[in-house]
Write a protein that binds this ligand. Structure first.
Ligand SMILES: CC(C)(COP(=O)(O)OP(=O)(O)OC[C@H]1O[C@@H](n2cnc3c(N)ncnc32)[C@H](O)[C@@H]1OP(=O)(O)O)[C@@H](O)C(=O)NCCC(=O)NCCS
Length: 320
């Protein structure tokens, strides 16, 4: 058995077979383009790689993506390994190949200095618990914007490339008070936006829209919101506000709401930082998130006490 970077025919096989599970309604061709294009972004080229475990005849036994993440945990920023898209071809299942690749990617990352492994399970918790991962409670919120009479008065414009440094610093400040959050920086914010825009561009026209807005004061962004919309499904991917109360994000969302007064009020799903709710927003419902966040410490002293829901900021836009 050998571990290789999945490219050429190996990658084609994995993409052709996994298309049925993870294509997000992309055609087979668009799904392959979406995967390749993410690897060509500045963040993706350095921090994302898909691997495959092959047998002696070169047959694919299993495969997974490895993300080199930065996370904040207990006041410290550290390297972490993200494991995603674990996929074993149907004919090879039930022989322990998936645990083998997960364990190998995690131990290689630990040897390179990663202190935490992170994944999202789509198959419940027990499978990855056997590999030493523990689930972190996380809920998805259904949010609405409180209606306001009259014209909203905040100046809002589309976010641009020149806003990224200010947006990254807002996102970083939002992550700092929490025991666990993904580390935010300019490349990572650009990657998150590019990934959503690639998906939008590769889907049929209008199937997914990506919106990035900022509130500007002086010459820099003081609040931002990234939203994706597919039909009635509006997702708050991420937001940030220099105002600790979040009043500018709330005002920004009220402006967006005012664009379509004849339509029903804006309802969004997504995550917010624990104990943080802009005064103009309301939580209508909260449900256990379908993507189960699981973590595994890779070094003594890391995660010495379990993470509770109130310890974690994990934006929808951070899902991988
Ligand atoms: C899940 C998967 C990666 C396991 O790969 P594998 O190489 O067969 O790994 P194993 O030999 O350990 O798998 C067998 C175990 O996986 C479990 N499994 C497979 N699919 C599962 C599912 N949807 N929910 C829960 N368990 C599942 C089997 O029940 C079996 O458990 P057992 O060991 O108690 O008998 C593989 O079934 C697969 O590629 N599935 C489709 C993609 C997917 O769902 N990936 C996981 C994303 S988090």
């Amino acid at each position: 058995m050998r571990l290789v970077v999945a490219d050429g025919g190996v990658l084609r096989q994995i993409l052709e077979e996994s298309h049925a599970i993870w294509a997000d309604e992309l055609t087979a061709r668009a799904y392959a383009q979406y995967n390749l294009a993410q690897l060509r972004t500045p963040w993706g080229s350095r921090r994302l790689c898909r691997y495959a475990l092959l047998d002696d005849h070169g047959r694919v036994l299993t495969s997974a993506k490895r993300y080199a993440l930065r996370v904040r945990l207990d006041g410290r920023e550290m390297d972490a390994v993200g494991i995603g898209a674990v996929y074993t071809p149907k004919a090879q299942r039930g022989r322990g190949h998936a645990p083998a690749i997960v364990n190998q990617l995690v131990s290689e990352a630990a040897a390179d200095g990663a202190e935490l492994a992170v994944l999202f399970s789509e198959i419940g918790t027990s499978y990855y618990e056997r590999l030493g991962f523990v689930a972190v409670p996380r809920r998805e919120l259904l949010l609405s914007v409180v209606e306001k009479a009259g014209a909203p008065m905040t100046l809002v414009r589309s976010g641009e490339a020149r806003d990224i440094p200010a947006v990254a610093s807002l996102a970083d400040a939002m992550s700092r008070p929490h025991r666990f959050a993904v580390g935010q920086n300019e490349d990572y914010i650009r990657y998150g936006l590019s990934r959503k825009r690639l998906l939008s561009g590769l889907l049929p026209p209008g199937a997914l829209t990506v919106e990035f807005f900022i509130v500007e004061e002086g010459i820099s962004a003081v609040a931002f919101v990234i939203l994706t919309t597919a039909g009635d499904d509006v997702v708050l991917e991420m937001c940030g506000d220099r105002d600790p109360a979040g009043a500018r994000v709330g005002a920004l969302l009220q402006v967006l709401r005012a664009r379509t007064p004849a339509e029903d009020a804006l309802k969004m799903r997504g995550s917010l930082p624990p104990n943080w709710l802009p005064p103009q927003m309301r939580i209508d419902a909260a449900a256990t998130s379908s993507e189960i966040l699981m973590v595994k410490p890779l070094k003594d002293g890391v995660l010495s006490r379990p993470l509770a829901e109130a310890d974690v900021l994990y934006w929808h836009g951070d899902l991988f």
